[in-house]
Design a binder for this molecule. Structure first.
Ligand code: HEM
Length: 525
């Protein structure tokens, strides 16, 4: 075969290719064979198989592992339109059925007999560093009733009991009130210009000048993580390690590397920060009880139960680190995004100040329940709902343990089901007007918080977020405290940051590198 090309470069190529193919006819034949095989495989797998098995979700071609969630979104929109039937894709040999309809998501939520999630929890804990003996003690061995200050007549393992205890603390009641009060105490303490100055870069350091510049994303991480830490550990943990909240930020931004098992040479920063946090938590756990009397009821009970099961301090520290992530990651990011959207829609700031004014006296929050009363603060509520809709990037995952029908499609045993929240949140039937845009009014017009099951930033079914009430109360409280105490101004006209849709996470997306922006904060007269 002769290869035809023109020009100097063309002649050079021609000589090279002719040389290769004349001398390597076998290579040429092999390349064609490979191409034909690949084309045949593609036609059989993605065109013929769906025709032969119409009862199973059609598989979409998907070749880029890694950027999984954004790819799901793009693939769906470009190749299938605004579809609602489940479809499938395969990554590294594992087949996933993707749910894009709220009705099917509700079916998955309800099905606890043939669909399960426990494997993913255990995988996450193993990847985070929990030892095999601790996994056994926490999830496969009975805990005697009476070992902790919580009824356990079924003798559930301590891992399950911690989940129930956490729910008991986070659901409405006296324990929840005490927890929320701690968040409020921490915000009240840290949201002062002098405290912010310590965390940001001072604009004017002259006495009497009450303003400071901060990088918004980092600042929100700083004060929110301190509040989450204080709510659970009191001041004891930050006394042991004053840098804990800031080390957590470094770790948390890279913590997706844990689940993707990124090898050590490429995840050194994450590992160093994780080791720092682990050492501090271990030191905390080993300190005498008298030096850590401020911990919550949950942490006391969890530690007592874990020790009763012989779980070692290293593993208790790992478990406490996962709790710290659960409390802080999604909340600090949501706080940032809510403020960022408000700063880019300044008319809403005044509206929210007005409807929340009764909850404040001279910049002090005196009635935080006012803020979560949706009828008194409809705009605050609409901004909360719309922000979460736009920034949610998590997915629910389940294993198919037996052949299962969802909708009218057959999900085969051994595969996995995934419900990417973003896919539901961008559904054009549920959110007709520009689903990609920030339009909080869409939630004012229709009195239906979940939009027929399409709004689910907190997941659903058995893994529905148990912290959603505390999250709403604490985030609305800190946002409104900021708005009542300070005026905020974007420095240099920075645009709304781009969300990091491609980096996998467990809930709320972060921002792309270099997208943080500076804000001038000044005390209101
Ligand atoms: C805006 C803030 C938050 C968001 C968006 C959020 C979202 C989520 C999501 C998506 C899940 C997993 C659902 C699934 O796998 O289907 C989850 C689970 C959980 N969240 Fe949250 N969360 C937030 C705040 C919090 C807070 C503040 C706490 C505790 C103080 C908390 C405690 C939990 C717990 C304990 C679980 C595990 C539930 C389980 O699998 O048993 N969350 N959250």
């Amino acid at each position: 075969m002769e290869v035809e090309t023109t020009g100097i470069l063309g002649r050079w190529w021609r000589q090279l290719l002719n040389g290769i193919f004349q001398q390597h006819t076998t290579l040429w034949a092999f390349s064609i064979l490979l191409l034909v095989t690949w084309a045949a495989w593609r036609v059989i797998r993605f065109t013929l198989t769906p025709k032969w098995h119409p009862e199973e979700p059609p598989e979409v071609p998907y070749l880029i592992p890694g950027q999984c969630r954004s790819a799901i979104h793009v693939v769906t929109r470009q190749q299938l339109g605004n579809i609602r039937t489940p479809f499938a894709f395969t990554i590294i040999g594992a087949k996933f059925y993707v749910i894009s309809d709220a009705k099917h998501a509700a079916e998955v939520d309800k099905n606890t007999s043939t669909l399960s999630f426990e494997e993913f929890v255990l995988d996450f804990l193993r990847n985070t560093g929990l030892s095999e003996s601790a996994i056994q003690a926490c999830y496969f061995q009975k805990l005697a009733n009476g070992a902790v200050d919580f009824p356990n007549t079924a003798e559930d393992p301590i891992g399950l009991l911690i989940h129930q205890m956490h729910m008991h603390e986070l659901y409405p009641g006296e324990k929840q009130k005490a927890l929320v009060a701690r968040f409020l105490h921490s915000f009240n303490r840290d949201l002062r210009i002098d405290q912010i100055r310590a965390a940001g870069s001072p604009r004017e350091d002259r006495p009497g000048v009450k303003e400071v510049n901060v990088s918004l994303y980092k600042w929100c991480a700083h004060f929110f993580t301190r509040a989450g830490g204080y709510a659970y550990f009191g001041d004891d943990l930050s006394r042991i390690d004053p840098d804990f909240a800031d080390a957590f930020y470094t770790f948390d931004e890279l913590s997706w590397q844990i689940n993707y098992r990124i090898p050590e040479p490429f995840s050194k920063d994450m590992r160093a920060a994780k080791n720092h946090l682990h050492r501090s938590l271990k030191k905390y756990i080993m300190a005498p009880k008298s030096e850590r009397s401020e911990q919550t009821w949950l942490l006391q009970g969890a530690e007592a139960g874990l020790r009763a099961m012989g779980v070692q301090e290293d593993d208790i520290a790992t478990l406490f680190l996962t709790m710290y992530m659960t409390i802080n990651t999604n909340t600090r990011r949501t706080t940032f995004w809510m403020l960022a959207f408000l700063l880019h829609n300044p008319s809403l700031i005044e509206t929210i100040r007005q409807e929340t004014a009764q909850a404040f006296e001279g910049g002090e929050l005196v009635n935080h329940e006012h803020l979560v009363d949706h009828s008194l603060c409809p705009h605050l509520e609409a901004v909360w709902l719309e922000t979460l809709r736009l920034i949610s990037n998590g997915s629910a995952v389940r294993c198919v343990n037996e052949d299962t029908v969802v909708g009218d499609m057959l999900f085969r045993k051994g595969n996995k089901v995934i419900i990417p929240y973003r896919l539901l949140h961008m559904n054009e039937n549920a959110y007709q007007q520009d689903p990609e845009q920030f339009i909080p009014n869409r939630f004012l017009e229709k009195e239906n918080r979940t939009r027929g099951g399409y709004w689910r930033p907190f997941g659903g079914g058995k893994t529905l977020c148990t912290g959603r009430f505390v999250a709403e109360q604490s985030i609305k409280a800190c946002i409104c405290t900021i708005l009542h105490r300070f005026d905020l101004e974007i420095i240099g006209g920075a645009p709304l940051p781009e969300g990091d849709v491609g980096t996998p996470g467990l809930g709320i997306m972060g921002i792309k590198a270099g997208e943080d922006f500076s804000v001038k904060i000044s005390e209101r007269a």
